[in-house]
Design a protein around this ligand. Structure first.
Ligand code: BGP
Length: 477
């Protein structure tokens, strides 16, 4: 039996807007994440395109504004990651810390210095940063003034931002990701592409396809600059991946599942990994009644900007049916699909499917044959602090253990896997619902949805479990 390879990159993952807080400190500008109200209403606003594009503290709470105060507490947090033995820490740079409005030419020094301090602290603990350039935190000004990624000008602003951070951090960061979960653009345009769109209308689909095309070009340019400025670096794309199961063996269901798989798993990854649009794009455009404008120069840029590896988040599988009705659908979040009767669900309605991870790892490796990296996976759950201050999160250990076993099974199947960074290694603000109560961490943060809490950090039971997993390079799961 194969083992996790030597040098496997064990660690944890976060995003700036979900941990840093200090939303208006150090010259940082507002981002899309800063105007997303906390609580379950966020999900409805994202689904209905009703996110208010300004902060209104009289009406809403904004947990992202404080996050878990990583901005000030990073030395303590990184020391805890080091105690678990992390080899890598996935984090993002908030574009608006570097360019507060997004369209300036001169960067904000205070923002640059903050990330210098974080990278230096990681280096002190021998932890490699894995940095996402854009994780749902587009400078708000780029939405208001330019209409987000629909506008081609954003390619230039993003390119400039990338060049600045590559130059600045070239000796400190060798692993990069371009856009977080780029295929979420189909499901939540405002969060991912920075504009409102309704995918069920031809105009909405047109805008999303165009916005995604601009992100593909921007990503390809980032790859080019990254290789040029930091020759020893590796840069990847990042997608949500989920195997798409047909609800039955009725060929109509199988066809529906295949078409869904094309759209959700392969449309973006094909462009970023293979450097060109897939053959199925034509029939997809026909179905959507929309088609992006692509010039021949863009095609060349895409060819020259292929990523070095494919990274992805995995939380659940999808099930698809040709004639689905409302009562077939599950509940949970914006990636909602047909209910799968074989699977259990988390407290937030997300179907739990460790075997699906092995399946999707095999599917994408068969298709692309580039190294894969699981950069998000985990269980959002309510944790209870017992009277003696302990957090016994056995359910989280079970979840992670089963998914890691599945990853190992995929390695045995021949898949090349670079690493695993579980999502929310320290409790943070959830992206979909803006809650503190949906916890993913090995480290508990005393902060609650009513605003109370000391922000004190406490190790959960899973902390020691993960430490042993890393120490044994996955031999003890
Ligand atoms: C992914 C995002 C993360 C993260 C995670 C969990 O989609 O990349 O930012 O938050 O999902 O989702 P949630 O926070 O809604 O539980």
């Amino acid at each position: 039996m194969a083992k996790f390879p030597e040098g496997f990159l064990w660690g944890g993952a976060t995003a700036a807007n979900q941990i840093e807080g200090a939303y208006d400190v150090g010259g940082k500008g507002l981002t899309i994440a800063d105007v997303l109200p906390g609580g379950k209403t966020r999900l409805a606003m994202l689904a209905n395109n009703t996110v208010p594009l300004a902060v209104d503290k009289t009406k809403y709470k904004y947990p992202n504004h404080e996050g878990i105060d990583f901005y000030h507490r990073y030395p303590e947090d990184i020391a805890l990651f080091a105690e678990m033995g992390f080899k890598v820490f996935r984090m993002s740079i908030s574009w608006a810390r570097i360019f507060p409005k997004g369209d300036e030419t001169t960067p904000n020094q205070e923002g640059l210095e903050f990330y210098d301090r974080v990278f230096d602290t990681l280096a002190k603990h021998n932890i490699q940063p894995l940095v996402t350039l854009s994780h749902y935190e587009l400078p708000l000004h780029l939405t208001i003034k330019y209409g987000g990624w629909k506008n081609r000008k954003l390619i230039d602003f993003f390119e400039n931002y990338c060049k600045v951070v590559f130059e600045r951090y070239k000796s400190k960061v060798k692993l990069w990701l371009t856009f977080n979960e780029i295929n979420l653009g189909f499901m939540s345009p405002i969060m991912s592409l920075g504009f409102f769109a309704d995918m069920s209308t031809p105009q909405g689909a047109q805008d999303v396809l165009q916005g995604l095309h601009h992100q593909f070009v921007a990503s390809a340019l980032a790859v080019r600059w990254c290789h040029k400025i930091i020759p020893q670096s590796k840069i990847g794309c990042m997608n949500i991946l989920a195997p798409v199961y047909p609800f039955s063996c009725n060929p109509q269901d199988v066809l529906a599942a295949q078409q869904e798989e094309h759209l959700s798993n392969y449309y973006c990854a094909d462009v970023q990994v293979r450097g060109e649009y897939p053959a199925f794009a034509k029939s997809l455009y026909k179905k959507l009644g929309a088609q992006p404008e692509i010039d021949s120069q863009d095609e060349q840029v895409l060819k020259e900007g292929k990523v070095d590896f494919l990274s992805f988040s995995y939380y659940k599988s999808y099930t698809e049916k040709a004639d689905k009705k409302q009562e077939d659908m599950g509940e949970g979040d914006i990636t909602n699909r047909v209910k799968n009767p074989y699977l259990q669900r988390s407290d937030w309605g997300w179907e739990i499917d460790p075997v699906g991870l092995r399946i999707v790892l095999n599917q994408v490796y068969d298709r692309y044959q580039v190294p894969l990296f699981i950069v998000e996976n985990g269980l959002g759950a309510k944790d209870i602090v017992s009277a003696d201050g302990q957090i016994q999160d056995d359910y989280r250990i079970d979840y992670l253990q089963a998914h890691l076993q599945s990853a190992l099974d995929a390695i045995n199947d021949g898949v090349e896997l670079m690493g695993y960074t579980s999502w929310g290694c320290i409790d943070l603000v959830s992206a979909g619902t803006g809650e503190y109560g949906k916890r993913y961490g090995y480290i508990y943060v005393d902060k609650h949805d009513d605003g109370s809490g000391t922000l004190q950090r406490t190790k959960k039971k899973s902390f020691d479990w993960y430490k042993k997993v890393i120490q044994s390079n996955g031999e003890t799961l």
